[in-house]
Design a protein around this ligand. Structure first.
Ligand SMILES: O=c1ccn([C@H]2C[C@H](O)[C@@H](COP(=O)(O)O)O2)c(=O)[nH]1
Ligand code: ZN
Length: 163
């Protein structure tokens, strides 16, 4: 008889976003993104981090202080890494799963890439102008935003073997 307690597509793709976010070295907010095509195939993934080919040690993780001494001008956002990691593949009609609602800069990139659905979990920056601008642009561009309400708070994975 087939298993019945398997995870849903939404749990699977958001789970992969969260796992991807666990690669992030940002001490305050870890973001992961997973782009999926209309056949439920994963096209690309990404997380927030500093620049390819540069040492992480050369950049600050600070949130406050002089702008140039904070992470903000240097960190590449998860959604943008996922779009860029697709290496020019056609993303028209794809969906993106991301654990944090996209900022206005990511929203512009998502829209321009042809992605049509955004599945998200957390909306902790909902009162910021950046998120308000994202929502305005998504609405105008007819990109659907869906907040996932998982039926469980945690999914466990184990590396334990049976041998
Ligand atoms: O759309 C987004 C918005 C933010 N991020 C990343 C960028 C930063 O590394 C953190 C946010 O840091 P805070 O300390 O919470 O300001 O999240 C992203 O990847 N995508
Ligand atoms: Zn962003």
């Amino acid at each position: 008889m087939k298993r019945t307690d398997y995870i849903s597509w939404d749990e699977y793709f958001m789970g992969i976003s969260l796992l991807s976010g666990m690669r992030s070295k940002d001490p305050s907010t870890q973001v992961g993104a997973c782009i999926v095509d209309m056949d439920n195939r994963i096209v690309s993934i990404g997380y927030n981090g500093f620049l390819n080919g540069c040492s992480d040690e050369d950049f600050p993780w600070e949130r406050e202080g002089d702008f140039l001494n904070t992470k903000y001008p240097y960190v590449v956002h998860a959604e943008q890494n996922a779009i860029l990691n697709a290496r020019g593949k056609n993303l028209e009609g794809c969906s993106i799963y991301v654990n944090l609602f996209p900022c206005h800069d990511c929203a512009r990139n998502i829209i321009q890439s042809g992605i049509k659905k955004v599945y998200y979990l957390d909306d902790k920056y909902k009162d910021t102008d950046s998120t308000k601008a994202s929502k305005f642009m998504f609405e105008k561009a007819k990109v659907e935003c869906i907040r996932l309400k998982p039926r469980t708070e945690k999914i466990e994975i184990s590396f334990k073997t049976q041998d």
